[in-house]
Design a protein around this ligand. Sequence first.
Ligand SMILES: *Cc1c(COP(=O)(O)O)cnc(C)c1O
Length: 362
Amino acid sequence: MPLVSRHLLGPGPTNPYPEATAGLAAPLLGHLDPGFLRVMDETCAMLREVWQTDNARTLPLSATGSAGMEAAFVNTVGEGDVVVVAVNGLFGERMCEVARRCGAEVVRVEHEWGQPVDVERVAAAHPAPTVVAIVHAETSTGVRSDVAALGRLKGEALLLVDAVTSIGGIELRADEWGVDIGYAGTQKCLGVPPGLAPFTISDRAFARRVETPRSWYLDLGLLGGYVGGTTGGARTYHHTAPTAMVASLHGGLRRILAEGLDAVWARHERAGRRLQEGLQELGLELFAAEGHRLPELTTVRVPDGVDAAAVRGELLTRYGIEIGAGAGRYADTVWRIGLMGPNADDDSVALVLAALRDVLRR
Ligand SMILES: *Cc1c(COP(=O)(O)O)cnc(C)c1O
């Protein structure tokens, strides 16, 4: 296999923090080894910090962000329950499909792609939903939505939040904002390879969960017996925890908390703003609505007459830079540039701007 290294400046995965890479190479432990259980406990404690929550049930699920989405719905939505979903991009769309498969009556609240969620319209969409779902950072469009505002309007409904691209990148305060169920991924701003889904659920939501969810693997009631924190010590085997991945997440989280959550958010903010200014100086037009742009994921319109895929190919072969195509029907008209985790820095901004300028000139 050729050994290549890439600047991963797309919608994820990003290049990992060195501490996350080191975690992968540490001596492997068994999933019931006391040493590993300590790593798991510390990981859950650090996850509470990055989620900004006190929820006892905060843990890394053993699969990618999409499994977090599945777990969120399958544990809280039963046959005939009403689920209101804010749809302003690909991941909102996917939530509708996952909820539908759980037997939900799905109320979609449509938005134009590139626009933030209109939380008042979402809150007014149904008088008494079981769950209201929103994507905090829509990676498909580069837009941030106001989760805190929806939290104030949610009423009796459970607030379910996709924080895959926001966690470890932009301000996220699960408890303060009234998030009942949240899921995330490791390969975006947490700067850890793909493979785990940080998950959190409030006591209120856990008490209202589906008793026997249709997924055995993602049944939070069963998982609690292994991950601990809720059963007072005894750890029973449920599935083999991916110990190397958990060690990697542990390394990434330690790095983030050592830098400080506020400092990490500020670093992403600064890098994203510089990139967006630089792209506009190159004469390019940004896609996401102004005032709602994510710093960690920038969407930019492909200029008329330019072959979007050819430019991405040149960036990869000449510079070793991966950027993303647009999502869905924007595949040929939008590029997505990520500055996540360790790549949220001046060097990455300078590199991608210089490379893009060069490739566009050819
Ligand atoms: C990447 C992403 C997902 C899916 O995560 P996977 O790790 O690809 O399964 C879900 N939601 C959002 C907002 C994402 O960016």
